[in-house]
Design a protein around this ligand. Structure first.
Ligand code: MP5
Length: 216
């Protein structure tokens, strides 16, 4: 029988396929992504990661004591990741100071904050697992189809590293532990939450490719 984290992935299989086959990832792998498209993603994801720090901090505050040091470490990795964005932004002439959050970026961050503040620890944890798993699988898709080194290689390497794979593996096994003894209806609600994150992940790639802006 599959574990809960696998069931989460079975449920939105068509959404997950759409994420992995998104033009943004295909073009990044093939080396023909327009600079402008990648730079839009870079700016918006910088905001996303920056604003994920309070999201994770709320999870830390709600965390059972045995996971606290894991959360301290996650926070430190997120902080270092901002350095990766700053370094690449400087190298590629991308302004990280005056970014207007796109509707998708803002809605996704707000949704995460809402889950963290108002939801239970396991709900927040499910959201974190979904977002990290989406990035692992997405950037793995790029890495596996890459024919040449990319100008954006450091980002590809960041979310495909051994450390990142192990972290996502830890999230998966910990999620399975956390849902032990939960009722069918609670599990269904968590799967819906996972699906919502998957949809936001799809929208995030769409946002970059379509150059989403506030229409008014
Ligand atoms: C992540 C991210 C991964 N950076 N951006 C989106 C839109 N989804 C997921 O999170 P992290 O914290 O950068 O590993």
């Amino acid at each position: 029988m599959s574990q809960f984290h696998q069931k989460c992935l079975e449920h939105p299989i068509s959404v997950w396929d759409k994420i992995l086959n998104h033009d943004f990832l295909t073009m990044t792998a093939e080396g023909n992504i327009p600079d402008k498209t990648f730079k839009i993603w870079m700016q918006q994801d910088y905001l996303f990661v920056r604003d994920s720090i309070p999201f994770v901090a709320i999870l830390l505050a709600k965390s059972p004591v045995q996971y606290r040091s894991n959360f301290v470490q996650i926070l430190s990795v997120l902080d270092q990741e901002l350095g990766l964005f700053r370094k690449n932004a400087e190298a590629h002439g991308v302004d990280l100071k005056n970014i207007i959050p796109s509707p998708t970026c803002e809605a996704y961050n707000q949704y995460l904050m809402n889950v963290a503040y108002r939801g239970s620890f396991v709900e927040g944890f499910t959201a974190l697992y979904a977002a990290e798993k989406a990035y692992l699988d997405s950037w793995m898709q790029v890495k596996n189809h890459q024919k040449a080194e990319s100008p954006w290689q450091e980002f590809i390497n960041n979310w495909t590293s051994q450390e990142f794979q192990q972290y996502v593996e830890w999230l998966a096994t910990t999620l399975d532990e956390l849902v032990e003894g939960k009722s069918e209806s609670e599990l269904e609600d968590l799967k819906e939450l996972f699906l919502k994150i998957a949809k936001y992940e799809y929208l995030f790639w769409e946002m970059a490719v379509k150059e989403e802006e506030w229409p008014v």
